[in-house]
Design a binder for this molecule. Structure first.
Ligand code: CA
Length: 558
């Protein structure tokens, strides 16, 4: 009964949408909004409605993971004119959504506001950015005291350019605490209305890109729908009520065959990779503190079983280093290092390593004791309700028990899981938050090794097991300071970091979680796919700048 009411309510909501908006001009999008809309601030994008940056606010550049290339956006061009000076030229003819011109002074203001107020998320840039020189009305020179080429690239695609005439004169508190309910950006869509279950973006008919880029946003409205269950998403997709879905949905072969649901690939894995998923190990807890012990664990885990059981082959097992198969990353894959120091599923090898370390089952209860004969037990955790991950850690625990390690899966609720993760309070934890697609493979190594984690009570950026190694810190800095054009130089550092990762394994990479994407052809057609790869098909926060925005220029309704 309860379920029926829920379905009825959902049906009514859909009817309400349909009545308000011309269906053939409206695209319904789901998978990137999990709480009611309450924030549209470009300064707190992690809390803001997805699309706040990308649809409303825009960045200087986009980055396309499908090609591995930066694409000028608000900037017409950008390049390093010396080792320490990055020059951007702004496009001519940019406008804000209120019709005022977007000028070089807005770009300058966007960066300088983070110098004036030191609590802005990109304020730390000023530790390595010395000054910005306005060369002429369209040109800025960013002069770096410490050029961090890789981090800078990430900033170019993530810092939203903001209008000076709206934000100047505001205090830091006003800036950081604002919900920014009437966001004014330069983008192709503005926020029209919202309700607890949706955010409606309306096309900006005067968007600069129509004239300057020849790109026309096809939908008059983009309705980002808050859908809290995958089952509801499946139902809406099957009925053609949800056009663009970025949920993990089971049963893809059936959805494709019986309902014509569109996916990136026509066969398994159906999905592009979005991040590297694996286990962080608490390296300060015995016996996880022993690198060889961690290595034995890596040999014991059968990822192919997880790929089949938990994901119906919609994900692929990772290579031992965990470098994703996207063009910008995989070109740095250190084949030889992986061959020499890598691991694969080989329980006999796991047993051999553990035997040699002196971990033996002395009392014959099926579990190994430590070399002093003491029993021990470890837990592995993921959030309750994340069913694919729950099945995954059951499988991992089962494999570890097969080689005599007493490992028990536990499922705290998501908020406790996050607390445990960020505070490093766990034995073994499944995670993928910091290891996503980006403009640089540096971000992957920074995520698994994030040096500040070892010194801080909380880490939000990775290295959750608090691994510490000064050599790694140096190598990460070295890569960050290697120009992106010096691919051989980057490759050498990647090889060294990979060797350390494989010998030390504070993180054991297991599979690439999918860029979940399913689309309905009921109203909108010409969705991107392997055969027509014009856009990264993801509407999650942070992914519009990876090309998600281009989906809206490419789809068609008839
Ligand atoms: Ca025993």
């Amino acid at each position: 009964m309860k379920r029926l009411i829920v379905l009825l309510l959902i049906a009514l909501t859909i009817v309400a949408f349909a009545q308000t908006f011309d269906r053939s001009k409206t695209v319904f999008v789901g998978g990137g909004m999990w709480s009611p809309p309450s924030n549209w601030s470009p300064f707190t994008p992690w809390n803001a409605v997805t699309g706040t940056i990308g649809l409303v606010y825009e960045t200087l550049f986009l980055y396309d993971p499908l090609t591995g290339k930066f694409e000028p956006w608000l900037a017409e061009s950008g390049s390093w004119i010396s080792d320490s000076v990055f020059q951007i030229k702004l496009r001519n003819g940019l406008t804000w959504q209120d019709g005022k011109p977007l000028t070089i002074d807005d770009v300058l203001f966007t960066f300088e506001i983070a110098k004036k107020h030191t609590g802005i998320n990109y304020s730390p840039i000023w530790n390595w950015l010395e000054r910005i020189v306005k060369v002429d009305e369209r040109t800025l020179n960013f002069v770096f005291s410490d050029p961090r080429y890789h981090e800078w690239g990430q900033n170019l695609i993530s810092i939203a350019i903001i209008p000076k005439h709206v934000w100047e004169g505001k205090t830091q508190d006003e800036i950081l605490q604002s919900a920014n309910e009437k966001p004014l950006g330069s983008g192709s869509y503005f926020v029209e209305t919202w309700d607890s279950d949706r955010n409606v973006f309306k096309k900006n008919p005067n968007w600069w890109g129509i004239k300057l880029l020849g790109l026309d946003p096809k939908p008059e409205r983009v309705v980002v729908v808050r859908i809290l269950s995958n089952n509801v998403a499946i139902g809406m997709l099957m009925k053609g009520e949800l056009d663009w879905s970025n949920f993990f949905l089971p049963g893809i072969p059936t959805l494709r065959k019986a309902y014509g649901v569109h996916t990136w690939y026509e066969s398994a894995p159906y999905m592009l990779p979005a991040n590297t998923t694996g286990i962080f190990l608490n390296v300060n807890k015995y016996p996880l503190s022993i690198p060889e012990f961690r290595r034995a664990m890596a040999f014991a885990i059968d990822t192919s079983k997880i790929v089949d059981r938990a994901f119906e082959r919609m994900v692929t097992a990772s290579n031992p280093v965990g470098i994703m198969p996207i063009p910008g990353f995989i070109k740095y894959y250190p084949e030889e290092v992986a061959k020499q120091f890598g691991f694969k599923y080989d329980p006999a090898m796991a047993n051999k390593i553990l035997d040699e370390l002196g971990f033996k089952d002395v009392n014959k209860d099926g579990f190994r004791e430590d070399p002093n004969g003491r029993p021990f037990k470890l837990t592995i955790q993921c959030p309750y309700g994340w069913t694919d991950w729950m099945v995954s850690i059951q499988s991992i625990a089962e494999d570890l028990r097969k080689v005599g390690l007493n490992v028990e899966p536990i499922y705290p609720d998501a908020s406790k899981y996050n607390d445990d993760l960020f505070a490093g309070r766990f034995d073994i934890i499944l995670n993928n938050y910091p290891t996503g697609v980006s403009s640089t493979v540096w971000s992957y190594f920074n995520a698994v090794f994030y040096p500040a984690a070892a010194e801080s009570e909380y880490s939000y950026s990775g290295n959750f097991g608090k691994y510490k190694n000064p050599e790694v810190t140096e190598l990460l800095d070295q890569m960050n300071r290697t120009p992106l054009t010096n691919e051989e130089g980057i490759k050498k550092v990647v090889a060294k970091l990979s060797e350390i990762l494989l010998k030390e394994l504070p993180f054991i990479p297991l599979w690439y979680n999918g860029a979940w994407f399913q689309a309905s052809d009921a109203v909108w057609k010409a969705w991107p796919s392997e055969k027509n790869p014009y856009a990264w098909p993801i509407s999650w926060g942070g992914h519009w700048q990876l090309g998600g925005i281009k989906v809206l220029f490419g789809i068609k309704s008839e």
